[in-house]
Design a protein around this ligand. Sequence first.
Ligand code: NAD
Length: 356
Amino acid sequence: MKIAVLPGDGIGTEIVAQAVKVLEALDLSFEMETALVGGAAYDAHGHPLPEATLRLAQQADAVLFGAVGDWKYDTLDRPLRPEQAILGLRKHLGLFANFRPAICYEQLVGASSLKPELIAGLDILIIRELTGDIYFGQPRGRRVATDGLFAGAEEAFDTMRYTRPEIERIAHVAFQAARKRSQRVTSVDKANVLETFQFWKDVVSDIGKQYPDVALDHMYVDNAAMQLVREPKKFDVVVTGNMFGDILSDEAAMLTGSIGMLPSASLNATNQGLYEPSHGSAPDIAGKGIANPLATILSAAMMLRYSLKQEAAAQRIEAAVKRVLVQGLRTSDIFSPGTTRVGTAEMGAAVVRALA
Ligand code: NAD
């Protein structure tokens, strides 16, 4: 099992070090190799995704990624900015399925902006299609409108587009994920207005016939956005396109109130994947040793589950994380009176101890 370890920038190095510590404490044999990515790679090699880093990622079974970015790179040309490394990895590895679980831990119910009874026990999985939709539409850019009421005026547009195989493969991913959970999938679309999403709805329904054991329902995206804050526990697996998924996965993640707790996975057709926390490089707290490493540690658990097929080890890590929360250990972002404040490395060490 080969893991490419790409810590990146800001708190990336601090939190990935904790996840590596946890992986090393399991009795499994991994080959882990570290490389530069993002701003750190730009500083050393003049590019956020150097050839050697990309090759390492391509040859690995999975990539454990920290975060990239810093305000100091904001003036660089777009292709050289740290965030381009993630887009490059997605593209070159064909990572089309993004998994974003939103889990509310009992001990952190108070961190949510919703009432405790709405959020306690929340466990939903948003599956976002990652390589199609309007984000990859053509053409783009500004031009002069040739028709309509405002012909002759400046305009810009993006095309929304999905092909049948793109929808089919993400639908299979969602139904298969639902089989491992509570056999329910909600497909989110805007079929009432957009032809692309009528097509989406039809194709997801077709694929659903191959999974008679999984209940499928459809919801318009505006309603889904409302229901997520009104009654989030009515969802289990949610599957949607790239743009709606971008927005809804952030909304769902924030329901739990604790950005430092949320892992994510992006998978390709052969289950090779990139695993990273949902948050960014947090330059405001980088180097202070106070970042929460749990999202990255939980991303490593997802890596064991989805790419390395080590379900038991994944569950061991998730149980260890729950245990440290029960013990009352908290990094600053999830601290509340009556709990014990710990730093990044202490939290990592506590998870390692809790594995036993
Ligand atoms: P951010 O997620 O880095 O930080 C937002 C806030 O959350 C900050 O106050 C930060 O201190 C806090 N925070 C984030 N992670 C935390 C953790 N593990 N523990 C404790 N607190 C945590 O978002 P931002 O400030 O908007 O962006 C900072 C940089 O990160 C930018 O350069 C941005 O482009 C980049 N970014 C990268 C990724 C990625 O690598 N996938 C994702 C989002 C943002």
